[in-house]
Design a protein around this ligand. Structure first.
Ligand SMILES: NC(=O)C1=CN([C@@H]2O[C@H](COP(=O)(O)OP(=O)(O)OC[C@H]3O[C@@H](n4cnc5c(N)ncnc54)[C@H](O)[C@@H]3O)[C@@H](O)[C@H]2O)C=CC1
Ligand SMILES: O=C(O)CCC(=O)C(=O)O
Length: 487
């Protein structure tokens, strides 16, 4: 397939205008399937440019919050329609920038459209309750008010869905936004911002500033006029943003890592468990915070499950995600590839047995990209590094157990608690899992990845700041409750 690539320079979007950074410095966003291909150039901006964006967002919020919910919703509806009309273009750009396959990128872009429509509808839904007062002559009720300016710091693994699932609820509840996308996928983000522009969103309501995380993300964290900050990414950066926000009394929301287990019980539908493990672990090259990374299997079916898993894994086609017939693309960037390869080495050194994969792909079609084989280890024990740390790549650790009690104990034996699955046909096993699994998202007979936009999403333990995103839960972060007493 030939793909038209425009090596455009993309600007910051501040106060309704596309503007270059005063630094004059740009950095390329490159295609991880072919590192010689530049997708576009992005501004390396300054703290002052963030401060400018925050200041116009603060000004614009005064008018934006006065619009009715349905008026704000109509802008989101229009942005959804524009994004839908550009679905192919945006999805191709996503594949070019971070490598996920085109069908996955199209699915994600369609999800972005659906999220915008969902939150457009929120503008027409209730924002409070009437609560009986102990004073019979009084009316008491709650209402919700926006936070003000929201800083949005996003990763590269869902370049459309994550920015939209943070910006759309922020906007519908009357906040204005300054987004700092991951540099790897900032061209895709610029295309999303163009959709808001074409929808006629008033100047200053949505702003985008690109550049390095330590400059732009930090400036958003520190700016006293940023009233709330929402982040998805690594634990290290998330915690530093949370501490910065807490220190100055701003609200924050962090979605971070996972080390998500799948338990396969002796009474499981093995074919389903194999298919779902492969999809959960290897789709998007394992670069989802909800990806399956530990597979805990009851001894009675271990060998059968393992054989089928390895056989199906060997069928996976790897390559440029724009090509038809490719099931798994490259790692999103070179650092990510290095991280994955280093964890594979650690796994081998610590005594795990490599069953499949384990190598960077070689040969002409792969040499310019960040391709790694889908990898399966067995003889993994819970204390090994590959069973404890987030790898964020296509690597599975197989752990054999004697019973479900042991499986659950191992499943919970990590610092993370984002998502978890069990494959079983026994209702009691399902109920114990729902009750005892320490994860924000528990899934029965279904893969660990997969988030529905209308349902709360977030983790326990070190996976999040204990807040939830998406669905109605977003209201809790992007608004403050006011309790009103009228007499
Ligand atoms: N939970 C998730 O969905 C994701 C988790 N990760 C994890 O993080 C690891 C590293 O990936 P990275 O891209 O380096 O993630 P990261 O956490 O460094 O980047 C996420 C976002 O934070 C920004 N950022 C970086 N440093 C910052 C700072 N000091 N202050 C404010 N913002 C800052 C980045 O520019 C980006 O927009 C991955 O291997 C994976 O384990 C990465 C992406 C998404
Ligand atoms: O599984 C999904 O669809 C969402 C995963 C996610 O939020 C993430 O990887 O950051």
């Amino acid at each position: 397939m030939t793909v038209e690539t425009k090596k455009e320079t993309y600007l910051n979007y501040i106060n309704g205008s596309w503007v270059g950074s005063s630094t004059g410095e740009v950095k390329p966003s490159i295609n991880p399937a072919n590192k010689d291909e530049v997708v576009g150039y992005l501004q390396m901006s300054t703290k002052e440019e963030v401060d400018k964006a925050v200041s116009v967002a603060k000004q614009a919020q005064k008018t934006w919050k006065r619009l009715s919910g349905s008026e704000r919703g109509s802008y989101l509806h229009k942005a959804a329609n524009v994004l839908e009309s550009k679905l192919e273009e945006v999805a191709k750009c996503m594949t070019l920038e971070m490598g996920k396959t085109l069908p996955e990128a199209k699915g994600e872009t369609a999800r972005g459209v659906a999220i915008l429509r969902y939150y457009a509808g929120e503008g027409m839904r209730k924002v409070g309750d009437v609560i009986p007062s102990t004073d019979s002559k009084a009316l008491m009720f709650t209402s919700r008010v926006p936070l003000g300016v929201v800083g949005v710091v996003t990763p590269w693994n869902f370049p459309v869905a994550i920015p939209i699932w943070k910006m759309a609820p922020a906007l519908i509840y009357g906040n204005t936004v300054v987004i700092k996308p991951a540099q790897e996928t900032a061209v895709t983000c610029a295309k999303v911002i163009q959709c808001f522009e074409e929808a006629g969103i008033p100047p200053g309501v949505v702003n985008m500033v690109t550049g390095s995380g330590s400059v732009i993300g930090q400036a958003l964290t520190d700016n006293p006029d940023v009233n709330g900050i929402t982040f998805t990414g690594s634990n290290e950066v998330g915690k530093s943003i949370g501490q910065g926000a807490l220190a100055r009394g701003a609200k924050y929301q962090l979605e971070m890592g996972g080390k998500n287990p799948v338990i396969v019980a002796a009474d499981a539908d093995i074919e389903l468990a194999v298919e779902s493990t492969i999809s959960g672990a290897f789709r998007s090259t394992g670069q989802k915070c909800t990806a399956t990374s530990r597979v805990i299997v009851e001894r009675a079916i271990y060998e059968t499950f393992k054989e089928k898993l390895v056989e199906k894994t060997r069928e996976i086609t790897i390559g440029d995600g724009l090509q038809e017939g490719i099931w798994m693309g490259p790692c999103a960037n070179e650092d990510q590839l290095k991280t994955v390869l280093s964890y594979i080495e650690i796994g081998k050194k610590e005594g795990a047995t490599l069953l499949a994969g384990g190598n960077r792909l070689k040969g002409e079609e792969y040499e310019n990209g960040f391709f790694v084989e889908p990898t399966i280890f067995e003889n993994v024990t819970s204390e090994m590094t590959i069973a404890q740390e987030e790898i964020f790549g296509p690597v599975i650790a197989l752990i054999q157990v004697n019973n479900l009690e042991e499986a659950l104990q191992i499943a919970n034996d990590v610092q993370f608690g984002l998502s978890a699955s069990i494959f079983t046909s026994n209702i009691q096993s399902m109920l114990s899992f729902i009750e005892d699994m320490e994860a924000g998202l528990v899934r029965i007979n279904s893969e660990s990845a997969g988030v529905e936009l209308q349902a709360p999403f977030g983790g326990m333990k070190q996976s999040s700041s204990h807040s939830r995103e998406q669905g109605e839960a977003a209201k809790d972060f992007f608004t403050s409750i006011k309790t009103v007493f009228v007499k």
